[in-house]
Structures are given as structure tokens and as C-alpha cells.
Write a protein of this length. Structure first.
Length: 765
């Protein structure tokens, strides 16, 4: 009997109960969609690390040999040790002189290249080369093709034996790009015996160990007599850590979005169940009088939320895995990151969260209906006593009597139905925030693009030098073009001259000639010159090291044996290059050799493409096009944000209006009898929705940019994107919310026209 009653009640209150189902579905859809990417990526990475015997620690230095490896192996806790030489090389002109990190080895035990196609890496094969599979795919290379890389002053041409991947390059981005473009970045594994005898010097030792490698540094330093530049763990490897930050961001998103939709669902459930139980007061009294216990009646009313939220969660889990989850895996696992066998995944947490959502929704229903069940059956059989409303707070306004009927009527209604009003305001506020997240993402991309390509990069052409280019050749070319030479290399920075490994940050050092073509900007993004004798330190790294202007920062290159001391003259910002920028004269004053990797100029540089020291020439048009292509992911982000905003706003405003209509049906019928037209009554309902929307929009506006900045900051320390929100985005988001509010008002037109005035008024007798 109660089951049939439940079906009838659901049918008569379909809009509200469908909202509960829909909100539960979207909450789980968001959660499982993001988690499918996080869990699938985590499982794929774990297996990837295991298959490659991914290193736990990296020792950088110069002149490592087999004796060094033997000493390191003898440290308690160290397991496998691998010697190798890592050098940045360049592909030839036919491959856009892409950056190619070359690894020369005689063994293959730690961080083994993972074979995607072709033969496994063989460190004894002096005629073969193994290339990054994403780079090979971008350039349509095949097994057996010839490939040339310029490295250590050598032009090494070998036959491609296989395509490989490695956890060190799960994320790969060229130093000249702001985001991933696999045409410009790759890596290659070769035999150490490919190099001439005099160049066979190891500059790295990678190792696996038990526990945290940084805690072994004291023992490692004793074993090697301090004969290394620095020790790093996985967190210091940008190609690995960038994906760690990305997955952590998606994990946070899964909970944030789920919370928003569950919160709205609770408000809908609370208002719906309160109204339904109040309407069915006499039915509940009758069931009590017939001997049905309160517990069974409570279970009946709780079952509405339990069944609908459970069905919504089940549907959300399925949709999350096979729609949003698959899309995100295809986008991040297939487009931006390089992890083999990355598939959408799920675990028991989805089921647990679904159970929690169902429990919360059921609890809200229980709390909403238990009050009526405390009434004695004999009293419940009688209609509820009409409560005379006290004057609302708005009636104390000095201009109350000057307000129109529509305004006064709605103000009284809002004051008497506070929970419904809160639901309307909170829902539209969250919808406004989500809309601003999507639209603000577009604004931010345009803002960063303008900042990067117009302010920081104050030039029209970028000339990249070959690996074997000499300083004299670069300076001769600079004199012809009137350009500025730029050097860039990986470094480690710290806040003291004797830091522990966990106090060291791996980043980059950019050295410019101070001609104003390659520029830096301060915290406020204003372009400022670097003062002589000082360095510019990027903001996130300065904050992490607790450094400010005037403090000392210590740094050393990958092959350096001692820490250099510099004064921080500027806290700078850059969208993708983190670390230190300094002047050439200060760099050379430290006794270091300036080796430019590129030259920038405002003049046409296309005529130097054939020069023997030039590997490539990029115009600003090329660089902007590459940036635009990498930002296509923002389209998908905006689509999802708009979809979520539509669902939130429509569900909230429709339920708010629907509840308002049902609660005031007798009043509306009375107004019709008094001569009010359907359009006037619709305007009465729409006015309140519009008010709630305006308040929600105004409340959501300040939080839109804050939420977007928090989202951007969750990308980790290697990305620094200042958020921008244009006036047009605020206006467009507000107009969208207002438009939905007005459209929702028209959804009640038919119901208003068909109000049964006679039946309703008879029920009042």
C-alpha cells in the first residue's frame, strides 16, 4: 500500500523529486568523472614506475664513475644504482630543431625506458637510437628511419630502433613553450659508446632506495666525500611532479563539485519533504489511527529521498566512468601526459561516497518529517490550525506603505519561507560562480597570452642556436640583427649556503643581456629592469623559500660544485619559467661561462636560417599559434562549467518557484477570484525568482575570481597564471542567470492558467 502511495506522490511532485534524482546524479557524475581520471592515472603510474624500476633519487654532479656507483651502492638503504649522462641536444632543422634530452648509458637497470613500439633499449647497440614515442608520433617517424641529434658538439645520426616512454617525462614541455607541444620536445636513449672517448663522462647517478632518499643524504655525502652537486627526489623532477599536481587538483575538484550539488540537493529535499508532509497531515493521522507505527510511516517518507538519491548515485557512477571520466582520460592521458595504459578507473570510494550521499539525503528527509509525527493522531486528523503571521521585518521600513502590492506581497512571502529563499540565493550564487569559472578561464588565457607575448617577450623573432654554436658565432649574429642573447639552464636554488635536500628547489636560470627584449615583470605584472648586481626570483619560489627583496638566494648549476650567492633585487612572475633571471655581466663576474641558447630580436631574422650555428628561427606568429593550440582544452572546461551552471540554476529556481506556487496556490486562486490575470500572477512569482537571482548573482560575483585563482594555483609551483575576469564576463554570466530566471517563470504559465479556483477555495472552507 505504501509503495503505491509513494509512486503516486512521486508522480504528483515529479519536478521536485526528479531534482533530487538529478542533483544526486550530477554529484556522483562529477565525483566519479574526476576520480576515474585520478584513480586510472594513479594505477597506470604505479605500474609504469614498477615496470621501469623508476628511480627514487637523483645525484647530479660531474665526473661520476663506476667507483662512485659502487660507493653509492654500499650505502645502507640504497638498492639499485645506474650511471648515465644526460645532455640537452637539438634535433636538426627538419624537426624544427626541437629540444631532445639525450641519455647515454652502458647499463639499463634504473628508470629503464618503457618500450611502446619496436625493440627494447639496448645500451650496447651503437647504431641505434630510442626516441620518445610522442615526439615520434608528432613528426610521423617510423621504426627504421634515420634520426640526427646535435649534442655535445657532435652530429649523431642513428637508426630508430624503438619508441619509448619514461616516468621522468610524463609531462614534457620545451623551454620556449608555455605548454606541451610534442613537436618541440623529445628525449633519446643511446649507448654511451656512441660518444668519443673524451666525452664519456657520467654526470648523473639514479638509484632506488627504501623510504625517503633525502633522509639518506648524510650517509650518501659521507660515502662520496661530498663529491656531487645536489641530491633530488621525485618531487624535484618537473616531468613527474607536474602530473602529481594535476591529479591532486582533479581529486580536489571531485569533492568540491560533489559538495555543491549535494548541498543544493539537501535544500531541495528539506523544503520538498516539509511541504509534502504538511500537506499529508490528515493522511498521516489516519494511518496512525489505524494502528500504523510512526517508525513505519517515517521509513515511508524517508524512502522517497533514499530511493531517488540511490538511483541518482548509481546512474551518476555509471555516467561518470563512461562519459566524463573517459573524456578526461582521453584528454589528459592521451593529449597532455605520457603514461602507458592510462584508463578510466574506479574504486570502493565511489560506493562509499554514494552511500554517504544517500544517508545524508535520507537524514534530511527524516529531520523534515519527524516533527509532524510527534502530533497525537486525534489532532493530526484535524486540519492544521492557521498560524497568524506576525509582521515581517520589512514592514518596519519607513517607506513600506509606498511600495507596490507585488513588492510587499513577495517580501512577506520571503520572510515567511526563509529556507526556500536561502535555497534560491545559494543555488544561483553557486551557478554564478561556476559560470564565472568557465568564462574567466577564457579571459585568463587571453590575459596570460598578452602578458607573455607582448610584455615579457618584447621581440618578434626567436633564433635558436645549435648545441655546438660558439659564443663568437652568436655575438657575430647578434651584431648583424641587433638582438639580445639569452642563456637558459637548469639550476638548484636554496635560502642558505648549506641547505638540506628538502630545502632545495629545482628550477631554471635565465641570463639576459639587459637590452629590454627578454624582460621580467614584478608581482603586479609591471615590466621592470633587473638592477645590476641583483637577480629576479620568481614569486612562488620566493614564497616557498620565505625570501623577499634584499635577501640572499643561493644557487648552483647541475654540474657546479659550489653554491653561488646572489641578492634578490626583484620578486618576479612568469607563467611557466620558474627560477632566477640575471644579467650577463653579473653571471660572468662569478667566473661562469656564458653559453647562449637563443637570440631574440625585433628585426626580421628569417634570412639567418641557413647559418651554420642556427638550428631554427621562430616568429612570434608561430609561437602564438602553438600557444593557442595547447589551450584548446579550455573549450572543454567552459562547456562543462556552463552545463553545471545551467543544471544548478534551472533546478534551484524551478524548485523555488514550484514550492512557492504550491505553498501559495490558495492565495493565487483567491487573487484570480479578485480579478488578477494569469500574467499578473506569473509576474508575481517571477519577481521573487528574479530577486533571489539578483541577490545570488551579487553574492557570487566576488567569489568567481577567487575560485578561479584557487583553481589555477592548484596546478603547483611550476605554473603561475594570474587570473583575469573581464567586465563582459561578469555581465554575460549575470545575464545568463537572469535569463534562466525569467525563462523559469514562464514554465509556470500553464499551471497558473489552470488553477482550479473553485476546488481550491472549497478546500479553504
Amino acid at each position: 500500500m505504501l509503495n503505491r502511495k509513494m509512486l503516486r506522490d512521486i508522480r504528483s511532485n515529479l519536478a521536485q523529486f526528479f531534482s533530487i534524482f538529478l542533483l544526486s546524479l550530477v554529484a556522483m557524475w562529477c565525483y566519479t568523472g574526476f576520480q576515474a581520471n585520478v584513480i586510472g592515472g594513479g594505477k597506470a603510474r604505479e605500474q609504469f614506475n614498477k615496470d621501469t624500476n623508476f628511480s627514487d633519487g637523483w645525484l647530479f654532479g660531474a665526473g661520476f664513475d663506476s667507483e662512485s656507483a659502487a660507493k653509492l651502492s654500499g650505502v645502507d638503504g640504497i638498492e639499485d644504482v645506474q650511471l648515465r649522462t644526460e645532455v640537452l641536444g637539438k634535433a636538426d632543422e627538419s624537426f624544427n630543431t626541437a629540444e631532445v634530452y639525450c641519455y647515454f648509458q652502458t647499463d639499463n637497470t634504473v628508470t629503464k625506458p618503457y618500450t611502446m613500439e619496436g625493440a627494447d633499449y639496448d645500451p650496447t647497440d651503437t647504431e641505434g637510437v630510442w626516441l620518445f614515442y610522442r615526439f615520434a608520433k608528432a613528426w610521423n617517424l617510423k621504426i627504421g628511419d634515420s634520426f640526427t641529434v646535435h649534442v655535445l658538439g657532435q652530429d649523431i645520426e642513428k637508426t630508430i630502433r624503438g619508441f619509448v616512454a619514461t616516468p621522468e617525462y610524463e609531462f614534457a614541455c620545451a623551454s620556449t613553450d608555455t605548454d606541451t607541444d610534442f613537436h618541440n620536445i623529445g628525449f633519446a636513449y643511446l649507448s654511451m659508446n656512441v660518444l668519443p672517448e673524451e666525452l664519456r663522462v657520467y654526470n648523473e647517478m639514479v638509484f632506488t632506495c627504501k623510504g625517503d632518499p633525502l633522509k639518506l643524504e648524510e650517509d650518501i655525502s659521507k660515502a662520496l666525500d661530498g663529491g656531487y652537486a645536489y641530491l633530488a627526489d621525485r618531487k624535484s623532477i618537473d616531468g613527474y611532479n607536474r602530473l602529481t599536481d594535476e591529479l591532486a587538483q582533479h581529486d580536489s575538484f571531485s569533492y568540491v563539485f560533489s559538495f555543491v550539488f549535494v548541498a543544493i540537493a539537501l535544500l531541495v529535499i528539506t523544503t520538498t519533504m516539509k511541504r509534502m508532509v504538511a500537506q499529508q497531515r490528515t493522511q498521516i493521522g489516519t494511518l496512525n489511527a489505524l494502528g500504523m507505527r510512526n517508525g513505519k510511516i517515517i521509513r515511508h517518507y524517508v524512502s522517497f529521498s533514499l530511493v531517488l538519491s540511490a538511483l541518482g548515485c548509481i546512474a551518476g557512477i555509471i555516467l561518470g566512468i563512461f562519459t566524463l571520466g573517459k573524456i578526461m582520460v582521453d584528454m589528459f592521458g592521451g593529449e597532455f601526459y605520457s603514461v602507458p595504459n592510462w584508463k578510466a578507473g574506479y574504486d570502493l570510494k565511489s560506493v562509499i561516497l554514494a552511500a554517504v550521499i544517500v544517508l545524508i539525503c535520507s537524514g534530511a528527509a527524516f529531520i523534515s518529517c519527524r516533527r509532524i509525527l510527534k502530533i497525537h493522531p486525534s489532532e493530526a486528523l484535524r486540519p492544521a490550525v492557521t498560524v497568524s503571521a506576525d509582521p515581517c521585518i520589512f514592514e518596519k521600513l519607513p517607506f513600506w506603505n509606498k511600495l507596490g502590492f507585488n513588492t510587499r506581497y513577495n517580501l512577506r512571502d520571503v520572510s515567511r519561507s526563509k529556507l526556500r529563499a536561502v535555497m534560491g540565493v545559494f543555488g544561483t550564487m553557486m551557478g554564478m560562480i561556476v559560470m564565472l569559472l568557465g568564462l574567466g578561464a577564457y579571459d585568463t588565457v587571453d590575459y596570460v597570452k598578452e602578458w607573455y607575448f607582448s610584455d615579457i617577450q618584447n621581440y618578434s623573432y626567436q633564433v635558436l642556436f645549435k648545441d655546438n654554436a660558439t659564443l663568437e658565432q652568436a655575438e657575430d649574429l647578434r651584431a648583424q640583427i641587433d638582438g639580445e642573447l639569452i642563456s637558459m639552464q637548469p639550476i638548484s636554488i636554496a635560502a642558505s649556503s648549506r641547505p638540506t635536500s628538502d630545502e632545495i628547489i629545482s628550477c631554471k636560470l635565465a641570463v639576459s643581456e639587459g637590452k629590454g627584449l627578454y624582460r621580467v615583470s614584478d608581482r603586479e605584472l609591471d615590466v621592470v629592469p633587473i638592477e645590476k648586481g641583483t637577480v629576479a626570483l620568481t614569486m612562488k619560489q620566493a614564497d616557498k623559500l620565505a625570501l623577499k627583496k634584499g635577501d640572499k638566494v643561493y644557487w648552483k648549476t647541475a654540474d657546479g660544485s659550489s653554491w653561488n650567492e646572489s641578492t634578490v633585487g626583484l620578486i618576479s612572475r612568469h607563467p611557466s619559467v620558474t627560477g632566477i633571471t640575471m644579467l650577463r655581466e653579473d653571471y660572468e663576474a662569478l667566473g661562469l661561462e656564458f653559453r647562449p641558447v637563443m637570440m631574440v630580436s625585433k628585426n626580421d631574422c628569417t634570412f639567418v636560417k641557413g647559418d651554420e650555428c642556427v638550428s631554427a628561427v621562430h616568429s612570434m606568429t608561430d609561437l602564438r599559434a602553438s600557444f593557442d593550440k595547447s589551450m584548446e582544452v579550455m573549450d572543454l572546461l567552459v562547456y562543462f562549467m556552463v552545463l553545471f551552471a545551467v543544471i544548478l540554476i534551472v533546478v534551484v529556481l524551478y524548485n523555488s518557484g514550484n514550492l512557492s506556487f504550491n505553498e501559495r496556490e490558495k492565495e493565487l486562486a483567491t487573487l484570480k477570484v479578485m480579478g488578477f490575470t494569469s500574467s499578473q500572477i506569473r509576474r508575481l512569482i517571477s519577481t521573487q525568482n528574479l530577486w533571489l537571482s539578483i541577490i545570488g548573482v551579487l553574492c557570487g560575483m566576488p567569489f568567481g575570481k577567487m575560485a578561479l585563482q584557487a583553481m589555477m594555483d592548484s596546478n603547483g609551483d611550476s605554473i603561475d597564471w594570474p587570473c583575469a575576469m573581464s567586465l563582459s564576463s561578469y555581465l554575460l554570466a549575470a545575464a545568463f542567470v537572469m535569463g534562466v530566471s525569467i525563462l523559469v517563470g514562464f514554465l509556470f504559465s500553464r499551471r497558473i492558467k489552470h488553477i482550479d479556483m473553485v476546488g481550491v477555495l472549497k478546500g479553504m472552507e
